[in-house]
Each structure stands twice: as structure tokens, then as C-alpha cells.
Design a protein around this ligand. Sequence first.
Ligand SMILES: [Zn+2]
Length: 120
Amino acid sequence: MIERGRRAVRAAHRAEQTTVVTTCPDCGEVRLDVGAVTVLVDEGAAGAVRLAFACPMCRRGTATRIQRAGFGALRSAGASFRLLTRPAEADEAHQGPPLTAHDLDAFCSAMDDPAWPLLA
Ligand SMILES: [Zn+2]
């Protein structure tokens, strides 16, 4: 839910303040400035949209699912936006044994080489 309102009548030149009303699992209904929330759109989960925020009362970080229809309004109000996508590599078939600590050490050493990433 989004609420819009003006801060003060005598400060009519100030920008509108947008307040987002959402629910913390522990504290119940909370109100946040739109700048304190991030809209997460997960393209891999049928376009699921969640609202991520740190609760102003308990400081717990949470992400609640919201209606996709609310996404546009939040975005136009100035909420941060993050698109979550599943990398295509996650669906590739992988062959060979899993990486080991030795493999990771060798990779880190290779990145320390001044010729990185031009090593062939
Ligand atoms: Zn809370």
C-alpha cells in the first residue's frame, strides 16, 4: 500500500513524500519512506515481486511478496529496484568432478598474475 501526502502546507514547494505501508513478520504494520525499500523482481519465479526493507522498529531485514501491479507505482515513487535473474550457466550441464580448495587456490593465483585475464 502506498500513501502520498505533503509534509507541510507552508512548504508547498517541497517534493511529495511517499510512504510505503507494509508488514513486518514480528511487528505487524510498519510505515517506511519509499527510499528505505527495494523492489525485487525475480524473473525466474514467474515474475514474482517482493518488497525488501529493514523494519524501522526491530531492524530485521525482510522481503514480503507484493502484487505485481504495485511495482510500477513504487518504481515511479522512487523506490530502488533490483532485477533478480538466474544465470544461464545455472542450467548448463556440468561435467567433471566438483571444484576443490586446490582448484580455487590455483584460480586465485592465476588472477594475481599481471597477465590476467589474458592467460590462455
Ligand atoms: Zn519489525
